[in-house]
Ligand binder design. Sequence first.
Ligand SMILES: CCCCCCC/C=C/C(=O)SCCNC(=O)CCNC(=O)[C@H](O)C(C)(C)COP(=O)(O)OP(=O)(O)OC[C@H]1O[C@@H](n2cnc3c(N)ncnc32)[C@H](O)[C@@H]1OP(=O)(O)O
Length: 302
Amino acid sequence: MALASGVRFAPRALLRPWALLRGTTLGRTEPAAGGGGDGARRFGSQRVLVEPDAASGVAVMKLRNPSNALSLELLTELVISLEKLENDKTFRGIILTSDCPRVFCAGLDLTEICGRNPAHCAEYWKAMQELWLRMYLSSLVLVAAINGACPAGGCIIALSCDCRVLADNPKYRIGLNETLLGIIAPFWLKDTYVNTIGHRASEQALQLGSLFPPAEALQVGLVDQVVPEDQVQSTALSEMARWLAVPDHARQLTKNMMRKATADRLLRQRDADTQNFVSFVCRDSIQKSLQAYLEKLRQRKG
Ligand SMILES: CCCCCCC/C=C/C(=O)SCCNC(=O)CCNC(=O)[C@H](O)C(C)(C)COP(=O)(O)OP(=O)(O)OC[C@H]1O[C@@H](n2cnc3c(N)ncnc32)[C@H](O)[C@@H]1OP(=O)(O)O
């Protein structure tokens, strides 16, 4: 955890992401459309495409999984891409967005916790914790360009960023809807919510499982800007410029001051949180309701 101009306070060795990489294609580098030098080279994997712009120090990271559900592979590839950019001093900011039409991120991949054994559920939840910790404490500026639906785990990914721009489409709702699935947001999701929209609004929204349409999301403070869909990327870039105008070390230390206690709470209780998650989701009753929910999602299609 070095502190200097390229401050790096994210706990790098929380977990070895490479150990989780099972048959992914991460590490491929390909020239961006139009060719160009190193600054124009994309890298990434099957599920995460990174378009780095060395000149501006900003990389656009695009999720491209089906519905961008957070599968174990997607979580792992996200952590690795983030780490790669964190370790490259060229980069100061990441715009996180979706390459998947109408969905920013569908939250936990329910197939990772339905009909799986406890060991798999534990591995999966640790990967979820890992991504949240790395994003929440990232020394880079993270701007979420939310161009689709953003429920539950998707909302947490967005809330781990420093700033959120949401496309003005009533179908693109954002929030923690866990209670409607019969599950409970763990304390660190709740803490992230409270840190963003305050205690009373979180109390209501969490119990009701509210998914906010854009105008309401803006009003409650879940997002910072709502703009027409075709302006999401440009607005995210303008926001990024505003954040990058601040000297890195001052911004990074301030971010750390604001977020460290919340992250430390999970770090202190990580194993207990994992055990709690596993014993909860492996209950017969929870498995049945998750299965029914998945079935409903599949039938809704078409
Ligand atoms: C102690 C316990 C702690 C638990 C804490 C847990 C914290 C976090 C919880 C979560 O994140 S739970 C997941 C919550 N997510 C949702 O409720 C979203 C569900 N999905 C949707 O509402 C919609 O799919 C969408 C995201 C709005 C997209 O709609 P669209 O019409 O574009 O696509 P669909 O046709 O609905 O779906 C396509 C395809 O994707 C599958 N799918 C969607 N979401 C998920 C998911 N979360 N997990 C797994 N699979 C998902 C859906 O079934 C379709 O599959 P196929 O039919 O193509 O196989």
